[in-house]
Design a protein around this ligand. Structure first.
Ligand SMILES: *Cc1c(COP(=O)(O)O)cnc(C)c1O
Length: 352
């Protein structure tokens, strides 16, 4: 065998997801709300409009317009992607050059470091202190290291914490490189910068339809930025990145404003229920629960790995990161069952 994979990809393995079936799946921050029949019927009717033999609209015009209207933005500041994940990939491969450096916070969304690796960029790791970001310290870290880019999620996956608008603005205003602000969970919080994204010279805000909107299956995400950055994104993305089916379906859902507003409300209620139910159990058992501005709860426990395994035996899947568990807010029954099992675990009745 002559052909060898290069060093960069030789030891990589595919993003792994647990494909077993679980009665309760609270591991991927998806929405627990599936589309109602009434909207599914609209989607079916719209399928007839698709010319399956033709390539999709490269600009995803209707989709971007519907997105702009839902959030009250100007369409010219928006680019659609095949999930915001694709946009992260495009940003890393196009806005950075080989050997450039990028500040990544930890913990944060794992894909940032992955794409930095693929693009042969240097990662400057900024460790958070007890899951919190000290903005002044971060600004100083960027000043000293002078990276080309900084990327972070706000609210953060996995910590569930969020920075206030004024703090994020301080980071942007005190940094000369590009700031990539991943607002995947901002529908559950109220400190978004999308409305002012285009006023900044050096900001890209990323959003997704995969979380609050419950459209993870479609793979649709957006970047919001000034016109210069938007043109560069259009020029560097793959031309037909968002397929016609996803374009038309996400557009249809985005036009159902009342439905989406209802989803946001229900998910926030579910998250608050979960947080409030877990808080006293955790307090009694020396477990820390972070405040949450997302659709999940993040807890720290010496027994995280044991609890994770225990929940699996009860047919419940969550995410485990060392001493931390990340639990997506589910529907009422799912939350109640999860809380019951966590209680059992800490009562010591749990048999593993
Ligand atoms: C889920 C998630 C995304 C990915 O969103 P897609 O649009 O589904 O690719 C991006 N960033 C963060 C922080 C996420 O948690």
């Amino acid at each position: 065998m002559k052909y060898e994979l290069n060093d960069k990809i030789k030891s990589l393995s595919p993003y792994s997801v647990d494909k077993q079936t679980y009665k309760i799946r609270l591991d991927a921050n998806e929405s627990f709300i599936n589309l109602p029949n009434q909207i599914v019927e609209q989607l079916k009717a719209n399928l007839d409009e698709i010319n399956f033999n033709r390539y999709p609209d490269p600009d995803a015009d209707e989709l971007c317009l519907a997105y702009a209207q839902y959030y009250g933005l100007d369409r010219k500041y928006i680019v659609a992607g095949n999930g915001s994940d694709e946009l992260i990939s495009v940003i890393f491969s196009s806005f950075l050059k080989k050997s450039d450096s990028v500040v990544v916070l930890s913990p944060d969304f794992s894909m940032y470091k992955f794409y930095a690796h693929i693009c042969e960029c240097k990662v400057l790791d900024y460790p958070k202190c007890n899951a919190e970001i000290d903005v002044e310290e971060l600004i100083e870290f960027c000043r000293v290291n002078n990276p080309q880019m900084i990327v972070f999620s706000n609210p953060c996956n996995p910590t569930s914490l969020s920075l206030e608008t004024s703090q994020v603005k301080r980071v942007i205003e005190n940094f000369d490189g590009l700031v990539v602000l991943d607002e995947a969970y901002m529908d559950f919080d109220d400190s978004s910068l999308i409305e002012s994204a285009a006023q900044y010279d050096n900001l890209i805000v990323l959003r997704t339809c995969s979380k609050m909107m419950g459209l993870a299956a479609l793979r649709v995400g957006f970047a919001v930025a000034n016109e210069k950055i938007v043109s560069a994104l259009r020029a560097t993305k793959s031309p037909y990145n968002v397929n016609s089916v996803s374009q038309i379906m996400a557009t249809t859902v985005l036009k159902n404003k009342k439905y989406l507003d209802g989803c946001r409300k229900r998910i926030i209620e579910s998250r608050d229920f979960l947080y409030n139910a877990l808080k006293p159990i955790c307090a009694d058992n020396g477990v820390e629960v972070m405040n949450t501005k997302t659709n999940f709860v993040f807890i720290k426990s010496e027994n995280a790995a044991l609890l994770f395994e225990y929940l699996k035996t009860k047919n419940i899947l969550v995410r485990c990161f060392g001493k931390y568990l990340r639990i997506t807010a589910g529907n009422e029954n799912e939350n109640v069952e999860l809380v019951k099992e966590i209680k059992m675990f800490f009562k010591g009745d749990a048999v593993i």
